[in-house]
Design a protein around this ligand. Structure first.
Ligand SMILES: [Zn+2]
Length: 272
């Protein structure tokens, strides 16, 4: 090889620089919702004040609905960890993270003095979940409407931490009001009519239900195993799906209703 430089190569120190006004900050594509499993105070400490926590989020929604911005929208907050959605794995680079003050489910991590009287059990789970107060829900909705308008976030790209990391994460949990967000504010994806015609999806043949479910979960965005068997990983994904789209029964089993909701979601949001 010749040691002389070709006229077509440029050393990095020779790069020319120009500027333009024709650019903007990169656009977030996903919104990932979380609960903090803490109080207002401990959540803010964890997300904003502790150097060692290694986590952050763009926004924190306090118990009374107060909104705190911690990281600017155009920057990369550290809230997703390991996870995947629609084949994208660097979720933090692509998303806005919203942490919601909520204890999640009743467990040893919840201090004695916390009021548990409003906790709710759901079929298919032994846990008692903390609901989201109305004023907090309204703040979340307003913020997400603002995201949708400013950043043009597509419906199926408003997701929960459990959607990108099934089995590892359960937040924002099955009481998070995805249905109300859709019906009252037009945010996120939802299936209103299970009777509508499916245009682009064929339902499973008898005996092929599990593989069909795994393929459709992948189509919709989940990082689902493709084994044809209801293994532990698949059950975790099905349960994450149910917590988001069919919270009345969250047992991780892909029953007929679960499959039908999934088929409609793929038809409504993946092929249009
Ligand atoms: Zn989370």
């Amino acid at each position: 090889m010749s040691s002389e430089k070709s006229q077509f190569t440029t050393n990095l120190e020779d790069i020319e620089h120009f500027s333009t006004e024709n650019y903007t900050a990169r656009k977030p594509q996903l919104v990932v919702l979380h609960y903090t499993a803490g109080s207002d105070k401990s959540s803010l400490e964890w997300l904003a004040k502790s150097r060692d926590s290694g986590v952050s989020a763009h926004y924190l929604i306090k118990g009374d609905g107060g909104i705190v911005q911690i990281v600017r929208d155009g920057m990369r907050a550290w809230h997703g960890g390991r996870g995947v959605w629609r084949g994208l794995s660097d979720i933090n680079s692509l998303s806005l993270g919203v942490e919601i003050v909520n204890w999640g489910y009743d467990d040893v991590h919840v201090p004695e003095e916390v009021d548990r009287s409003s906790c709710v059990m759901l079929s298919g789970s032994p846990l008692k979940w903390f609901p989201f107060p109305e004023e907090q829900f309204r703040s979340i909705a307003e913020l997400l409407v603002d995201f949708k308008e400013r950043w043009d976030i597509q419906p199926s790209l408003f997701i929960g931490h459990s959607d990108i990391a099934p089995g590892r994460k359960v937040d924002p949990g099955p009481l998070f009001p995805w249905e109300r967000l859709y019906k009252e504010f037009g945010i996120g994806a939802w299936v209103e009519d299970l009777e509508r015609d499916l245009c682009f999806v064929t339902l499973p043949q008898a005996g092929k239900e599990i593989l069909w479910t795994q393929l459709r979960l992948r189509d919709y965005g989940y990082g689902c195993p493709l084994t044809g068997e209801l293994d532990e990983g698949t059950q975790a994904v099905v349960q994450a799906f149910q917590m988001h789209f069919r919270p009345s029964l969250i047992d991780g089993k892909p029953d007929v209703e679960t499959r039908l909701i999934l088929a409609h979601l793929v038809d409504l949001y993946c092929y249009n």
